[in-house]
Design a protein around this ligand. Structure first.
Ligand SMILES: NC(=O)c1ccc[n+]([C@@H]2O[C@H](COP(=O)([O-])OP(=O)(O)OC[C@H]3O[C@@H](n4cnc5c(N)ncnc54)[C@H](OP(=O)(O)O)[C@@H]3O)[C@@H](O)[C@H]2O)c1
Length: 303
C-alpha cells in the first residue's frame, strides 16, 4: 500500500509544486485546507488528494485525518501579520499539529522553516518558526527541518512582485539594504523534500538551503530587468520613507510591490554549496529560473 502523507500548505506557492511531485512518486495525500481557501483547491482536487477541511489555529476538527498517516509534511505558515497572529499560526499551530501527530502514531515530520529562524523575539516571523522548530526537536518524532532562503519560480511573490514593479512602475524602488540572498528554485526545494522522504541521512537535522548565487536585492532586480529587456532607474529608499510609501499605497487600496520588512533584515544566506552538501545536486541558477518563470508568465505580463 502506498504511503499516506498528511500535508499542510498544499494550496500555497511551494505546495502547488510539491503536490504533483508527490503524487507522481506514488504517495497518497491528505491535504489540510482552510474552508476559506476553496477557490485555491482546484489543483489539489485534480491531483486526487483527499481534502481535509481545517485550520491550524483550531485543529481539533481534523485530528481523525492523521490516522494511518506515516509522514506529515508541514508547509503551512504565514509570513506577514502581527506578532500575535504569527505566533498563533506558525508556532502554536505547529505545536498542536505535532501533538496530534504524536497522538495518532505518525512517525515522521518534515517542516519548512526559514533561513534566519532564531530565538530573537525582535523578528516575530523568524522567532515564530524557530519556536515551531523547537516543538519538533523536543517531540520525539523523526524530523527534518528545512530552512530555505527565498524561493523563486512562477507564482512566487518575491520575483513576481519585482517583475510587476518592473512592468508597471517608472522606477524600481528598493529598500536601502545590503542584505544578500541565495534564491532557490522552487523545483529544487521540491527535490529536497522528496529526498527527505527517501534518504535517511537528512533526518534529525535542520538544513539550510540556498541557490548557487549570493545576490543583493539590487543585483536580483538588475537580473530581472535584464531578463525582461527593460531599463529602469533603481531608487533606494531608507526604511522610514519606504514604510510611509507602503502605508500610503495600502491606504489607497493599491497592491504593494513587495512585503514590508521583507528585504530589510540582514543576510539570508545558507552558505556555499548548501544543497549540494545536503542533497547531492547543484540547484538551478537564478537567471535560469527567471527564464522559466518568464516563459510561463509572459502571457500574463504581455497580454
Ligand atoms: N516562499 C518562500 O520564499 C519561502 C522562503 C523560506 C521559507 N518558506 C516557508 O515555506 C513554507 C511554504 O511557503 P509558501 O511560499 O508556499 O507559503 P504561501 O504561499 O504563503 O502558502 C502558505 C500556505 O499555508 C496555508 N495556511 C496559512 N495559514 C493557515 C492556517 N491557519 N491553517 C491552515 N493552513 C494555513 C495557506 O493556506 P490558504 O490557501 O488557506 O491561505 C497556504 O496553503 C512556509 O512555511 C514558509 O514560511 C517560504
Amino acid at each position: 500500500m502506498a504511503e499516506m502523507i498528511f500535508l499542510t500548505g498544499g494550496t500555497g506557492f511551494l505546495g502547488r509544486y510539491l503536490v504533483p511531485a508527490l503524487i507522481a512518486r506514488g504517495y497518497r495525500l491528505r491535504a489540510l485546507v482552510r474552508p476559506s481557501s476553496a477557490s485555491n483547491c482546484k489543483g489539489l482536487e485534480e491531483s486526487g488528494a483527499e481534502l481535509i477541511e481545517g485550520d491550524l489555529r483550531s485543529p481539533g476538527g481534523f485530528a481523525p485525518a492523521l490516522g494511518g498517516v506515516r509522514t506529515v509534511i508541514h508547509l503551512a505558515a504565514i509570513v506577514e501579520g502581527g506578532r500575535r497572529e504569527l505566533l498563533e499560526t506558525n508556532w502554536r499551530g505547529t505545536a498542536r499539529l505535532v501533538q496530534l501527530a504524536r497522538a495518532a502514531g505518525v512517525e515522521r515530520f518534515i517542516y519548512t522553516s526559514s533561513l534566519g529562524a532564531g530565538p530573537n523575539p525582535r523578528f516575530p516571523y523568524l522567532y515564530s518558526v524557530w519556536l515551531a522548530e523547537e516543538e519538533l526537536r523536543k517531540s520525539g518524532l523523526s524530523y527534518v527541518i528545512f530552512r530555505p532562503s527565498i524561493l523563486v519560480g512562477p507564482g512566487d511573490p518575491f520575483t513576481g512582485s519585482l517583475m510587476r514593479m518592473a512592468q508597471r512602475w517608472p522606477v524600481m524602488i528598493l529598500p536601502e539594504s545590503r542584505a544578500r540572498f541565495q534564491p532557490l528554485w522552487v523545483g529544487d526545494m521540491v527535490k529536497c523534500i522528496l529526498q527527505a522522504l527517501e534518504a535517511e541521512h537528512l533526518w534529525s537535522r535542520a538544513i539550510a538551503l540556498g541557490g548557487p548565487e549570493v545576490l543583493t536585492l539590487e543585483e536580483i532586480t538588475r537580473l530581472i530587468l535584464s531578463e525582461l529587456g527593460l531599463a529602469k532607474p533603481i531608487v533606494h529608499l531608507p526604511r522610514r520613507p519606504l514604510r510611509f510609501l507602503f502605508r500610503s499605497l495600502r491606504r489607497a487600496g493599491l497592491r504593494l510591490p513587495y512585503a514590508e520588512g521583507h528585504f530589510i533584515k540582514g543576510d539570508n544566506l545558507a552558505g556555499p554549496g548548501a544543497v549540494e552538501a545536503a542533497c547531492g545536486f547543484r540547484p538551478r541558477a537564478l537567471a535560469e529560473a527567471l527564464k522559466l518563470e518568464l516563459r510561463e508568465e509572459r502571457a500574463l505580463w504581455y497580454p
